[in-house]
Design a protein around this ligand. Structure first.
Ligand code: CP
Length: 309
């Protein structure tokens, strides 16, 4: 049983809870391979997706997760909502809560917005990415992908290369992977590496080769131009040349290493197209695992609500 009403981040989620989510998601992943993707596990429950930033994977997979489990599902895009008329996040949340909903999946550009919402609504809040803070469901789906490939997470070396500073994915992965006993190495231009990341448990590599040496999984991260104000690296082509993951670098990784990317990917910048589409790539499997993880979280949070609220 989860110990919380909301899923806000992996910093506060313990190893036992993460394992329970992954075990449940494993079963959901098998369910997704079946012919009939319909269950009544969440019949009579309602999920709202409330996204203040663009999304393809996260929003769609929350919607599908709810639908596959039989919940009612409504999508609200901030651009078409009363947010445009000046309504606050809390007023929006309390309005939705009054409609007797059970879950809100939110993405917001401000770090901490999902927590603020969670403190003001009865519904369970699921963080679909908040600013540069956390993206817990992305990290959980990354962990599920890796665990299904290798049968474990403990003892693995995971290399994360790219825009670490602006990445909520990198932080949630660091918290989750460390709790399950993986070693997390990071590499980026100095200007894109948070100064205190080692205090959070990451190992900072001096080169791409050092990051990838002996790695079981190599994750490229998107350059988040929308969160940068320029001047952090000279140009995309130079970024790609000096910091991108190239085919020839894979020789430093373990033979059966996998390539990961949370998407959306800038082809040829963070990863070469041959790595993205190659036999080591698990990028599309990550997307499928994303639906499974969100199904698992809806199920487990629903059980928490039945028992505690
Ligand atoms: N990985 C991820 O969050 O993708 P979207 O922005 O498409 O949701």
């Amino acid at each position: 049983m989860l110990k919380r009403k909301d899923m806000l981040g992996l910093y506060e989620t313990d190893a036992e809870e993460i394992c329970e989510i992954l075990d449940t998601a494993d079963k959901m992943r098998e369910f997704l391979d079946g012919k009939n993707k319909k269950s009544d596990l969440l019949a009579g429950k309602s999920l709202i997706t409330l996204f203040y930033e663009n999304s393809t994977r996260t929003r769609t997979s929350f919607e599908l997760a709810g639908k596959y489990l039989g919940a009612n599902e409504v999508n609200i895009s901030a651009a078409a909502s009363s947010v445009q008329k000046g309504e606050t996040l809390i007023d929006t949340g309390e309005t939705l809560d009054s409609m007797k909903i059970d879950f809100i999946a939110i993405r917001h550009p401000m770090a901490g917005a999902p927590r603020l919402l969670a403190e003001h609504v009865k519904a369970s809040v699921l963080n679909g990415g908040d600013g540069m803070n956390e993206h817990p469901t992305q990290a959980l789906l990354d962990m599920l992908t890796v665990r299904r490939k290798f049968g474990k997470i403990k003892g693995l070396k995971i290399a994360i290369l790219g825009d670490i500073k602006h990445s909520r994915v990198a932080k949630s992965n660091l918290f989750g992977l460390k709790k399950l006993g993986a070693e997390v190495w990071m590499y980026s231009p100095e200007t894109l590496m948070p100064k205190a990341i080692e205090k959070l448990g990451a190992k900072v590599a001096k080169s791409r080769e050092e990051a990838i040496e002996g790695a079981d999984a190599v994750m490229g991260l998107r350059i988040q131009l929308e969160r940068q104000h320029g001047g952090l690296f000279p140009s995309l082509s130079e970024y790609s040349k000096f910091y991108g993951v190239k085919d020839e670098l894979l020789k430093y990784a373990k033979k059966d290493a996998v390539i990961l990317h949370p998407g959306p990917v800038n082809r040829g910048v963070e990863l070469t197209p041959t790595l993205i589409d190659g036999k080591s790539s698990e990028i599309l499997e990550q997307v499928t695992c994303g639906v499974a993880v969100r199904m698992a979280l809806l199920k487990l949070l629903s059980e928490y609500r039945e028992a505690n609220l």
